[in-house]
Design a protein around this ligand. Structure first.
Ligand code: NAD
Ligand code: KPL
Length: 301
């Protein structure tokens, strides 16, 4: 069965290159004919690992291709996920399996609602990759890929093992997603506002602690008490363990790219309002970040 990977960016390329080099059938879905032509001219995906570069000639195609899709990795940003799935929805076979590799919360539900004929499986990754050039990706950090839904683990997980893609199947995926969401809400926006690396936030615990207290309240009211346990302590651990890193949001802002704010603080604000949970600090942080983005001419959604 073919793996279709939609999105030739950092993680999509990382997955497609590893699946392809393991000899598994993969098709990379590119955005438009110009991108497809550029991809073909590049001769495939180049993956740089420990300073060694290797090109993998994974075949490319467009969303308008007629090949039915049985298994899809949706590897775009959260704000592109709905449009991306819509572009291939008529190609999805009934019972097709769709892996949703987006940070934050909200896009998973948007996609699952859009394609009820598919089995949507959320995926949360702590692997790190970045684009050095078009179709040239640096594998920057080992990590784990957590995935799962309420059904039995699928047969094809063994293909991930074959491709050397680390994974952990879990029946507790909502807890994982909410926990990561809360960590990212507590860390990423403040790194942007203080224009600092993760570790420097350890000097701003007076801001982080009350923020975590609000996030804990929000998670508890959202029925996600397990994701709320010892949140503040884990935020501190993450800040210590990733002290030298720029958060993903900080990297986006520095590079002048759109952020996933709507799927972090935007989702938190909407959720707090819907559940009538007071969240003044989260709301204020959201407004400060919006103002910061606006002042730099970056999209506010
Ligand atoms: P990216 O921006 O590098 O890649 C996304 C790709 O999807 C881009 O090439 C874009 O052109 C393409 N795309 C968007 N819409 C499309 C469409 N309709 N048709 C075809 N292609 C389309 O993003 P990324 O870094 O790979 O991140 C993907 C998700 O994974 C994000 O939610 C991110 O937060 C998350 N994530 C990334 C990393 C990382 O290290 N890069 C780590 C953990 C989680
Ligand atoms: O996930 C992250 C991100 O930057 O998005 C953290 C955990 C904050 C590490 O940088």
């Amino acid at each position: 069965m073919t793996w279709h990977v939609l999105g030739g960016g950092s993680l999509g390329a990382l997955w497609a290159a590893r699946l392809g080099r393991a000899g598994l059938p993969v098709q990379l879905i590119l955005r438009n004919p110009q991108r497809l032509a550029a991809y073909r001219a590049a001769g495939g995906l180049t993956l740089v690992e420990q300073d060694a570069a290797q090109t993998h000639p994974v075949p490319g195609q467009l969303a308008t291709d007629s090949q039915p899709i049985e298994r899809l990795l949706l590897a775009c940003k959260a704000y592109d996920a709905l449009a991306a799935i819509s572009s291939i929805e008529t190609r999805l076979r009934p019972g097709a399996q769709v892996l949703l590799l987006q940070n934050g919360l909200g896009s998973q539900e948007q996609v699952a609602t859009r394609v009820p004929q598919a089995r949507c499986i959320a995926l949360s990754s702590t692997e790190g990759a970045f684009r050095q050039d078009d179709f040239r990706i640096v594998f920057a950090g080992q990590g784990q890929n957590w995935l799962g839904d309420a059904q039995a683990p699928p047969e094809w997980l063994k293909e991930l093992a074959l491709a050397g893609i680390p994974y952990q199947w879990t029946g507790q995926m909502p807890t994982r997603l909410w926990r990561k969401f809360a960590l990212n809400c507590a860390i990423n926006p403040l790194t942007v506002l203080h224009d600092c690396r993760n570790g420097a936030l350890l000097e701003h615990l007076d801001e982080i602690q009350p923020l975590c207290a609000e996030l804990v309240e929000l998670l508890n009211h959202a029925g996600q008490a397990d994701a709320a346990v010892a949140l503040y302590e884990q935020v501190i651990q993450v800040l210590q363990a990733t002290a030298a890193n720029l958060s993903s949001m900080q990297q986006d802002v520095r590079a002048g790219r759109r952020t996933e704010i709507d799927y972090l603080l935007g989702y938190a604000s909407t959720c707090a309002a819907r559940l009538q949970v007071p969240a003044p600090r989260l709301q204020q942080l959201h407004l400060r970040l919006l103002e910061h983005l606006r002042a730099r001419g970056l999209p506010c959604a």
